[in-house]
Design a binder for this molecule. Structure first.
Ligand SMILES: [Cu+2]
Length: 414
């Protein structure tokens, strides 16, 4: 018993020492899914499920890994004849693992396909079937891949921005005329590079966010919820054929920080983000006032530049009374005493020389203090709070390290 315990421990340690964990994804490709649309109609879809008893969803399951992980995908094709594959969009995989037929291979009915890659830079990526991809993607064979930083923390990437919550808006469309048996049961011959399949002109009637549209979004309670002073991370990804103009309410203070899985050299402050087919963006928000509003998604026909349809996600930003505090482990950010009467001390730890700024907001969102902390040490530091907080009540203390919000705490003055 004793020896077994030692052996398991040794394995865990060696895995961590190399910083490489193994992540396994299992997907079943199906051709006989059903999807209910916002008008109540049910259409036939293709898609990916994670167990045999499960219906394939559109989009497919969101797959997670940490940067540096060794990722293995086992795809089992249970689809009555049609071959499928997995193409990892935006991930730098070698050709053998790329899922493009003729370049790699496709998976036949009742066969397994194995893909392997090392999880790249933390970010948002896509997977989709690459067999007759115009049809199979529209049929529903796509999903999101989210790569977290190596430690899996709520940080945009290693050394990036910390956040409290994250959400993804995955954009696509459905043209029901492409979901008939005659289109979906097309000629599956993938031995020819060029083979023609009759398809109707693509004129989508349903414009989806995370697979839902219109009343379905309302019924699912899809909403963007935050609090004053809270930093959140929004991932936008588009697998459709329309360009989508995403407009954030100005009070969310939206900033684009990454594009297609890579950090931008400089963040771009903008309320409007155009997400073209295949693109992904990372957007950081940090509202400074309490408000309700909406994020709108305009689906633009790229031939005519007309807006086909608009979907909305309601936004609710509450005061910071119910904010989730954000404390990173290595910063060891604390405020003692809290609640306080006369003075309180902000304490934090620095492992290297950084610029530190402390900002305090009152319950109305007014800035009470915003100072750069002087005379910093490597190791433990402290900053005194006292007279500047005149009134009794709740305050929000933000700590910025090299201008990145790195900690959020509530402070009560008695
Ligand atoms: Cu396919």
């Amino acid at each position: 018993m004793k020896y077994t315990a030692y052996l398991i421990l040794a394995l865990l340690i060696s895995g961590n020492a190399f910083g490489q964990q193994s992540t396994d994804w299992f997907l079943i490709s199906r051709n006989t899914g059903k999807k209910v649309l916002s008008n109540g109609d049910s259409i036939r879809v293709f898609g990916f499920a994670q167990s045999l008893g499960e219906q394939p969803g559109v989009p497919g399951p969101t797959l997670f890994a940490n940067e540096g992980d060794s990722v293995h995908i086992d795809v089992w094709n249970v689809s009555q004849g049609a071959p499928h594959s997995i193409h990892l969009h935006g991930l730098d995989v070698n050709q053998e693992n790329d899922g493009v037929p003729h370049l790699s291979w496709s998976i036949g009915h009742m066969e397994h396909g194995y893909y392997h890659f090392k999880a790249p830079h933390a970010g948002t990526y896509l997977y989709h079937c690459h067999v007759a991809s115009t049809i199979h993607v529209q049929a529903g064979m796509y999903g999101l891949i989210i790569i977290k930083p190596p430690d899996g923390s709520k940080t945009t990437w290693d050394g990036g921005y910390q956040y409290v919550n994250e959400q993804s808006y995955f954009l696509s469309e459905i043209d029901t005329n492409w979901h008939t048996d005659s289109v979906l049961d097309h000629d599956h011959d993938t031995t020819n590079t060029i083979h023609s399949v009759e398809v109707p002109k693509f004129e989508p009637q349903f414009f989806l966010i995370n697979g839902l549209s219109d009343q379905q979004l309302v019924d699912a309670g899809e909403s963007f919820n935050s609090a004053v002073g809270q930093v959140d991370y929004t991932r936008l990804a588009n697998i459709g054929y329309r360009g989508v103009r995403v407009t954030f309410p100005p009070d969310l203070h939206a900033r684009i920080i990454s594009s297609d899985g890579r950090p931008l050299p400089a963040e771009e402050i903008t309320d409007t983000v155009y997400v073209y087919p295949g693109e992904r963006f990372g957007v950081l928000t940090d509202p400074s006032v309490e408000f309700t509003g909406q994020i709108s998604f305009d689906y633009i026909d790229l031939n005519t530049m007309n807006v086909d349809q608009t979907q909305v996600i309601p936004v609710n930003v509450s005061g910071f009374a119910d904010l989730d505090e954000m404390i990173s482990d290595d910063l060891a950010f604390s405020i003692v005493p809290n609640p306080f009467d006369q003075t309180s001390t902000v304490q934090f730890h620095l492992s290297e020389s950084k610029k530190v700024r402390i900002r305090i907001l009152d319950l109305m969102g007014n800035e009470i203090t915003n100072v750069q902390v002087q005379n910093l040490n490597i190791g433990k530091n402290s900053f005194e709070i006292g007279d500047e907080l005149k009134a009794s009540g709740l305050y929000l203390v933000q700590i910025f390290i090299d201008e990145k919000l790195s900690g959020l705490k509530k402070l009560i003055k008695l």
